[in-house]
Design a binder for this molecule. Structure first.
Ligand code: HEM
Length: 160
């Protein structure tokens, strides 16, 4: 991956994650994040169409098990990146292929930023003052690095 977090950024990321865990990183945060996603970009609802469900309303999508599960998948990827801060490039191949898959389901590159903003919103609203501007910067850089690898896969697909 393009960016290597500096030592103090790594410790900020690890510390924030440790703070998140008792608050329910998987549930509390996912919930805030999934609501925020559609506030920022309601049209994303049309991309979350599953065999069993075709949503026309954001509320239906928010209630669906598949969509909730997708937010958990996003959180798992972010968590894997925090666990691999010393070797982010080990995720490169996985993230490249993840980017390719997302192009195939019709996701635009700009929409990855919406997920990033939702993530920062969820962290900020959960952590309050503990989410300092330096911590925000560290998370923002980490997410940018995940998206950089995903974007590479997204572009690769268009050249094939
Ligand atoms: C930008 C908006 C996004 C949309 C509209 C979107 C949509 C989708 C859809 C429709 C699928 C396939 C069905 C499913 O597994 O739910 C999927 C799979 C997945 N997405 Fe996303 N996604 C987005 C962003 C992201 C981001 C930023 C990440 C991670 C950082 C991510 C992680 C995953 C994972 C791990 C899978 C499962 C892939 C697999 O089964 O191999 N998604 N996404």
């Amino acid at each position: 991956m393009g960016m290597s977090p500096r030592l103090e950024e790594k410790s900020r990321l690890r510390r924030t994650r440790a703070l998140c865990l008792p608050l329910g990183m998987g549930d509390n945060y996912s919930w805030r994040m999934l609501c925020r996603l559609f506030e920022l970009e309601p049209e994303l609802v049309f991309l979350f169409q599953y065999n069993s469900s075709h949503f026309s309303e954001v509320q239906d999508c928010l209630r669906s098990a598949e969509f909730t599960e997708h937010i958990r998948k996003v959180m798992t990827v972010i968590d894997a990146a925090v666990s691999s801060l010393d070797s982010l490039s080990s995720l490169d191949e996985y993230l490249t292929s993840l980017g390719r898959k997302h192009r195939a389901v019709g996701v635009k590159l700009e929409s990855f930023n919406t997920v990033g903003e939702s993530l920062l919103f969820a962290l900020e609203s959960g952590l309050g003052d503990a989410f300092t501007s330096d911590t925000r910067e560290a998370w923002s850089l980490l997410y940018a690095s995940v998206v950089q690898s995903m974007s590479r896969g997204w572009h690769r697909d268009s050249q094939e």
